[in-house]
Design a protein around this ligand. Structure first.
Ligand SMILES: Cc1cc2nc3c(=O)[nH]c(=O)nc-3n(C[C@H](O)[C@H](O)[C@H](O)COP(=O)(O)OP(=O)(O)OC[C@H]3O[C@@H](n4cnc5c(N)ncnc54)[C@H](O)[C@@H]3O)c2cc1C
Length: 526
């Protein structure tokens, strides 16, 4: 018989306990991975979908360019596989890539069947080209508003599946509850009641996204601080390949302003990169010119900025059809226009932290090394991305692996039948010292790294972490501790890897080395 309990509302004497009939799955995070996994679980289990802000706040919502999948006869999963493996620089788990590229078309067909509308021309899907892809295979929706369109669509699907899915927004996960049988729930901070909630379930699925917002210059919204990775690490999960941070080459540069993304698809349509001296620095130097994989383009831009002592380079579009640009990129066009930039001419751009390639190690069903704890989407490391992500492979990863997680969970009726209440107290505020983690990461663990600067960063982070040892921390102190923990994992991983590969470049070890064709693994010593 299915039986599970949900206990909410501390203080402890106010616990309410509800007996539920189906297996209870806790999905943490409402990006595409969380929303879609919740939908796939809904029919056969009770789903509690937790998210720390409103349901539509996520990286997924901000995605622009599109979602990669083979949908035309002149393309094939094998070619998508080859492009993914090439971008991954020898570190892709080929089984994971095979899963993604072979299962992507079915996931796309399914969401189209559900009613999702991708952009079409003359009745056919309109397919974009992005860096590292040798085929037009990027589906998009609303031009450059793919993330917004697919996220809002999936929120609609979640709402349709109520009450099987219960949405708990403004619930910020602080700690995983793990006993000898595995993960049994999450302690959250409830932003409506301003108190902690204990939420128990049979399975916990982390879909909390990446760490981009830890860096001072980032395309990510402020929610992407790596708290899922920090919580999993604290609970004993294995974390892998966190040195590989993808810096997007082209984010708008305006002093003091956010790094608004200029999608890869803009270069896919023919935009060119020039340094401020008017030199087209990618062309003639690299076979794919502006469409080389992101690490190559970002590093070259960084070097050109250094050479010309300029905080930006120019992305020029004045040779392209301005009507086409307006139609294809309405969001970027509007953002630029609102900020006094004419996108049809040129945009000042510089790289920004964009995507977390590593994450919580999972197998091909999203299982971590902790029983009943799954990870999916950007928070997970399936091995699919290798050392660098191929453009537009992440939204599709959320769908392909979201289904696999749900299938694995529904395959068995492994129920937890007893939960011990844990004690958890919110406590003191740790005085915030004058410490700028974002700047430290950008400068010492950014696009180009070296031993000395990484070691300085690690020492500084360790120093700060000393202050957060107590268990009874305030909400702000928990957040700070998570950020420092995730940052420490990035820096420690970058120090370990004594070579350059994909999203990790060391000026003191500038070559890729065969002996480093392996993963870096970080795990908390008990
Ligand atoms: C500007 C931008 C453009 C992009 N463009 C593309 C693109 O065109 N194509 C593509 O494939 N990829 C793109 N990406 C990458 C892609 O958007 C992400 O990799 C993908 O959306 C990740 O989805 P996710 O569900 O794993 O995580 P997210 O979408 O980041 O969702 C994470 C969720 O977890 C919640 N959360 C985090 N911590 C907690 C906590 N402690 N407690 C409760 N909730 C928590 C967050 O609030 C959020 O709801 C882009 C990314 C950005 C930032």
């Amino acid at each position: 018989m299915y039986c599970a309990w949900l206990a909410v509302s501390l203080p402890q004497e106010k616990y309410t306990i509800m007996a539920l009939r189906k297996k209870t799955c806790i999905v943490v995070g409402s990006g595409l991975a969380g929303l879609y996994t919740a939908c796939m679980l809904a029919k056969h289990s009770k789903v509690l979908l937790l998210t720390k802000e409103d349901i539509d706040e996520s990286n997924s919502f901000h995605a622009q360019g599109g979602i990669a999948a083979v949908t035309e006869d002149d393309d094939s999963p094998l070619e998508h596989f080859d492009d993914t493996v090439e971008a991954g620089r020898g570190l892709c788990d080929e089984e994971a890539v095979k899963v993604l590229t072979e299962e992507a078309p079915a996931r796309i067909e399914e969401v189209i069947d559900w009613g999702m509308k991708f952009d079409t021309r003359n009745g056919h899907l309109e397919l974009g080209l992005e860096g590292g892809h040798h085929h037009h295979r990027i589906l998009h929706a609303g031009g450059d508003a793919t993330g917004k369109n697919i996220t809002l669509f999936m929120i609609g699907q979640v709402l349709k599946r109520q009450p099987d899915i219960q949405i708990l927004s403004n619930e910020e996960a602080l700690k995983l509850l793990v006993d000898k049988e595995g993960c049994k729930g999450v302690v959250c901070y409830n932003h409506k009641h301003h108190s902690p909630d204990f939420i128990y379930g049979d399975e916990v699925i982390l879909a909390t996204g990446g760490v981009g917002a830890l860096f001072s210059r980032t395309t990510n919204p402020p929610t992407a601080t790596g708290s899922g990775i920090a919580m999993a690490y604290e609970a004993g999960a294995e974390i892998r390949d966190m040195e590989f941070i993808q810096f997007h080459p082209t984010a708008v540069y305006m002093e003091g302003k956010e790094a608004f993304l200029v999608s890869e698809a803009v270069r896919g349509e023919g935009a060119r990169l020039y340094n401020i001296n008017g030199e087209r620095f990618m062309y003639g130097k690299y076979p794919l010119a502006e469409l080389e994989p992101r690490d190559v383009v970002a590093r070259q831009i960084f070097l050109e900025m250094r050479k010309t002592k300029s905080p930006y380079v120019n992305l020029t579009l004045d040779h392209l059809d301005s009507e086409m640009i307006r139609h294809r990129f309405p969001n970027i066009f509007k953002y630029c226009a609102d900020n006094g930039i004419d996108m049809t001419q040129r945009i000042p751009v510089a790289p920004a932290a964009h995507y977390t390639v590593g994450g919580i190690t999972t197998d091909l069903r999203g299982r971590t090394n902790i029983a009943h704890l799954y990870a999916v989407g950007e928070v997970a490391s399936t091995g699919l991305m290798g050392a660098n992500r191929l453009a537009s492979n992440s939204l599709i990863e959320c769908l392909v692996f979201g289904k696999r997680v749900a299938d694995d969970i529904l395959r068995n009726d492994d129920m937890r039948n007893e939960y011990a209440y844990n004690s958890f107290e919110l406590g003191k505020e740790i005085e915030q010292p004058d410490f700028d983690l974002g700047k430290l990461l950008m400068e010492n663990a950014g696009i180009i790294r070296c031993e000395e600067e990484l070691q300085q960063a690690l020492d500084a982070i360790d120093n700060q972490l000393e202050r957060y040892k107590a268990e009874d921390l305030s909400l702000l102190s928990w957040r700070e501790k998570h950020k420092l923990t995730a940052a420490k994992i990035i820096v420690a991983s970058a120090l370990q890897r004594k070579e350059s590969r994909g999203g990790h470049y060391r000026s003191d070890y500038p070559k890729q080395q065969d002996e480093w064709q392996k993963h870096t693994v970080v795990k908390k010593e008990k």
